[in-house]
Design a protein around this ligand. Structure first.
Ligand SMILES: [Fe+2]
Length: 382
């Protein structure tokens, strides 16, 4: 059989012209039985379309892990380190993800009480939710952003998917924006689009900027609240002081360019974790460039959290407009693979009592760092 890649059905809220290249449903091959040639096709499609959906797939945790590993053969650590989150009770992620006893690279996420699952007698899962109810929880890429490299591919497998009424996501930022979604959707937005729609002056800033992330960012941010859109944190001084964090080393702190390069298409995309960032470093404009209307023509460093967050918000908010969001409508046995270095995503919605959700998730800390813009890119977009 040969594989085919079919456009995903888009909800009425989506603008098809912007999302036409985003996401494909894969037919004709089983992700667990790919020949080398078929795997290559799938891998290429993943980087061309950023998200792949396989429907009605049976997949054990071990098979799930092996599939993800194939995208980065030298990697074998879960994105935050195997079982690292189980041990780190002070991380904000601790409440939401638990690793499976026999396949620690695969985590379970969801909502409600699960009994007798893959060697776990009983576990109570908590769905990440925004206190403002039906909002995006937190936009993010899956990455520890300290010590370990950001995973290339994340996979989500729907074991149990509750059915329920549609919910309305309210952006609540004065825009009046709303998005109709199915219960427990995962929302995705493309980093390529997010960069593509930026005004020229913000493109110039993006191509020259680096995001420095807090050491142990998920412990650093654990007491801070997200803004209503889930695109960053409120600045209320609630971050843990750096000296109160578990021991950390400067060499393990991560600083990444704002723009990452898709390894297959060579396209640039905006990829900044809006909650974990602690500093912005900006290079000056290349010599002899016209600096009219260009922000930070001489470069600089921004260390004020409020200023950092306002700037990131300005840059990323355009890209999460309702028409640009792909909210995946989950069915049981859906397997979604996404280019974790090409998009950001968010958990959405609120479950009622009795609405049990169980997902397997696997992403592995990568064996290399993401590619940033080349000198040519900097010259082109500055
Ligand atoms: Fe995630």
């Amino acid at each position: 059989m040969t594989s085919s890649f079919v456009p995903l059905p888009l909800p009425p809220s989506a603008d098809p012209s912007n999302l036409k290249a985003f996401g494909r449903e894969v037919h004709g091959v089983h992700p667990r039985k790919l020949t080398q040639a078929e795997f290559k096709e799938v891998e290429e499609a993943l980087y061309n379309h950023d998200l792949l959906l396989f429907r009605n797939i049976d997949l054990t945790p071990q098979q799930h892990y092996l599939l993800v590993e194939a995208f980065d053969m030298s990697s074998e650590l879960y994105s935050h380190g195997n079982k690292a989150l189980d041990k780190t009770k002070t991380s904000i992620l601790h409440a939401y993800v638990k690793s499976l006893p026999n396949t620690p690279q695969v985590e379970i996420i969801g909502h409600g009480t699960i009994r007798d699952h893959e060697g776990i007698p009983e576990i109570i899962l908590k769905h990440g939710r925004h206190p403002e109810n039906h909002a995006f929880f937190r936009w993010h890429m899956d990455a520890a952003l300290y010590d370990l490299c950001p995973p290339k591919v994340t996979t989500l497998y729907g074991v149990r998917v509750p059915k329920g009424e549609m919910q309305i996501v309210r952006y609540d930022d004065g825009s009046g924006d709303e998005l109709n979604v199915t219960l427990g959707t995962t929302a995705f937005v493309s980093g390529k689009t997010m960069f593509g729609i930026l005004p020229k002056e913000l493109k110039s800033l993006a191509v020259r900027a680096r995001a420095k992330y807090a050491p142990h960012p998920f412990q650093w941010m654990r007491n801070a609240r997200a803004v209503p859109t889930g695109l960053g944190l409120e600045t209320e001084g609630l971050e843990t002081a750096l000296e109160d964090l578990p021991p950390w080393e400067e060499e393990k702190v991560k600083a990444y360019p704002f723009l990452w390069k898709n390894p297959v298409t060579g396209e640039l995309l905006l990829q900044v974790h809006p909650c974990a960032i602690i500093e912005i470093q900006i290079d000056p404009l290349p010599q002899g460039r016209d600096n009219t209307n260009v922000p930070y023509p001489a470069g600089g460093r921004i260390t004020d959290l409020k200023e950092i967050r306002e700037l990131i918000y300005r840059m990323e908010r355009l890209g999460i407009a309702p028409s640009l969001v792909y909210p995946h409508s989950w069915e049981e046995k859906d397997l979604v693979l996404f280019n974790n270095r090409g998009l950001i995503h968010s958990v959405v919605g609120v479950f009622k009592k009795g609405q049990t959700r169980l997902f397997h998730q696997c992403s592995l800390a990568a064996s290399d760092e993401p590619l940033g813009p080349s000198e040519e890119d900097v010259n082109r977009w500055s």
